[in-house]
Ligand binder design. Sequence first.
Ligand SMILES: Cc1ncc(COP(=O)(O)O)c(C=O)c1O
Length: 378
Amino acid sequence: MNIYFDNAATTQLDKRVLDTMIPFMIDNYGNPSSIHKHGREVKSAIENSRSKIADILGASPNEIFFTSGGTEADNTFLINTVLEKKTSIAITSKIEHHAVLHTLEELEKRNLLKILYVNLDSHGHIDYKHLEQLLINNPQSLVSLMHGNNEIGNLTDIERVGDLCKKTNSIFHSDTVQTIGHFNHNLSNNNIQSIVGSAHKLHGPKGIGFLYINSDYKIPPYIMGGAQERNMRGGTENVSGIIGLSKALELATLEMKETKKHITILKSRMIDLLNKSIDQVLFNGDSSSMTNSLYHVLNIAIPKIEDRQMFLFNLDINKISVSAGSACSSGSQKNSHVIDEIKMDEDYSPVRISFSKLNTTEEVDYVVDKIVELHKIS
Ligand SMILES: Cc1ncc(COP(=O)(O)O)c(C=O)c1O
């Protein structure tokens, strides 16, 4: 049995999504910028997808811009907000995804920005009081705080952050890559200037995502070229990707309740079994919480593993795909920046299990058995 528990890294494409994409790779191959029939048909399909996504998010179609994924969307908003001189102070946390952290760090290196880091509590949650103080002392800042942490699952109350930002005339960007399609978003009544999404995290294709920018907020294009995306992102559109993204989001939204219920059962079962079978097992961040954490992420802190790399290698040999840190730091013994930041005890090894609708209770039982067996011999 091949077991995949790395769904925060990426998910399997849903066949129903693929079915909607194929015609746009073969029959409907026109360039959406062409004014003839072949082009117009494709353009219209793109606009239908944009409207569908906007509807689901409580946004307006002119607030949705297609990008190559979450990374490009984060870069676009953060870099151009700073280049437009809308602010020179960014407030963020040390556990953001590198798409945000490395971008802000690069801007700071070029003396375009000063970064202030909000304190985290012992579970890795934002210290809202500290955030408020930072905002009072630094009004009109750019705040970038993710909704759901991809490694430890911690959820941030983005409505609360949005309200704090509004009071201090600050700009709020949230990396929502891990919550689009997993949680409902209603942008019509939020004080958020920007969020981002990525199709491959919700059983859609890789290389396609979107950037939402509130219509009251204007920045210039980041990728320059043609007039695509209403002059906001040059380059011929990834047509089949866009069709796949909107179908994936539509299905995820329709099936959200059921999926959440299914995955929550799997996650609770794994927590219970691990607690029963491994003495002193812990869960990093707040990932064992059913309310303050992404329901599809569980970050286990396994005690007393001598050779962490060998432990992961053995899971792999047993056909179990999990992650030690984030995907980009896999293959290294070093803790990821997130695990470092939450100060996991050095005697422990982190293993991130991330679930999808396709996982089963049998898989949970098998993985726990293997973890327990490998823990005993390590
Ligand atoms: C929280 C978060 N932000 C951004 C990204 C990057 O998204 P993409 O792979 O679409 O560039 C990821 C994916 O790993 C993520 O989990």
